[in-house]
Design a protein around this ligand. Sequence first.
Ligand SMILES: *Cc1c(COP(=O)(O)O)cnc(C)c1O
Length: 420
Amino acid sequence: MKNIDEKIILLSKKAEENIKDMFNSIEEIALCNQNKVLSAFQKYRISAMHLGGTNGYGYDDIGRDTLEKLYAEIFGGEDALVRHTIVSGTHALATALFGVLRPSDIMLSITGKPYDTLDEVIGISGSDGCGSLRDFGVKYEQIELFDGKVDIEKVISRIKQEKIKLIFMQRSKGYLDRPTLTIEEIENVCRQIKNVDKDVIIAIDNCYGEFAETREPCEVGADLCIGSLIKNPGGGIAQTGGYICGRQDLIEFCSYRLTSHGIGKEVGASLNQNPYMYQGLFMAPHTVSQAMKTAIFAASMYELLGFKVNPASNEFRSDIIETIYFNDKDKLVSFCKGIQKGSPIDSHVTPEPWAMPGYSDEVIMAAGAFVQGSSIELSADAPIKPPYIAYMQGGLTYESGKLGIMLSAQSLLDDGFIEL
Ligand SMILES: *Cc1c(COP(=O)(O)O)cnc(C)c1O
């Protein structure tokens, strides 16, 4: 491999040697999830007819309707909304929140501040009068994580004080320097909350978490779970879209928000998107396993290079994100440039920090994806602020993900930031 230094190749062999057992457990999870997906395809007798599309209003779109049944089955809900017209994860989350919250309701986030792009949706930031939840009289509160875990005592005492309509949890760390919640933790928290108030709606931002474990939030007590199709569940094949899965009455409200009251889920032409969404879902357990292996390999490589990483290479994980602490802006940028070089698309361009809509700090994003912005494909993002953390994720195949990580180390070597 003439573009990669011999020493980096040696290091990669050592890094891989250290993570063999982790790879075995990832393969077991993938097999279990693949069986879940395949069984759902069998149960609903998916055939060529489901891969066709509709136009116009999209009445009786059997492909679209059955895909939603598959999602409900696989993600443990009663029903689901899965649409290419949901433009992103943020849109899916906003649709769910506006769908179920009403004036004077209280929304309580119990994993600290939600993902940055929800600030303006909730009304944590942004101007008055633009139609945020706050403008509509929805009250928002948050309880910080304590020691990286949900502060369940505080949560319980708050829900005993006053009726809370919706409790919100973000499973993945997103852009925050915090641990990702495991499904077991989500299960415990849901159980304890429901013991006090069985009617409170528990909604989970499931972005980056799908198929990382063998169970999903709605299988362990959540009422809604929400995510993006250009992350895990689209398997790298879905061209765009998002999903909301959960309790049937709530999904109906979400569908009113997405389309219109009285119309709900009955309309929405799938155009030519069904084949991508079906094949993507079918591929997703495997694709996620490739991204998980890439993340574990990255952890192992950067541990050997002396950087702090999270999770550690041998730690259990519940999403596809790997965090690497560079403590230096130039090292962080060099890392991102290396990841960019390892991308199939736009490998020749150089990423630079810039101001992104929805984010408060400048952000550098390295990605060269077949689907624009897709982060199930190898990508790295980093807000430009101390301690200069890179959040990397994705990798459609382990081989390409591994090469991307090796090239990121090569970039740090070329720039004189590491010695081997
Ligand atoms: C990506 C992400 C979102 C938002 O999704 P977009 O598709 O970028 O709008 C929300 N929450 C988490 C945890 C995410 O990772």
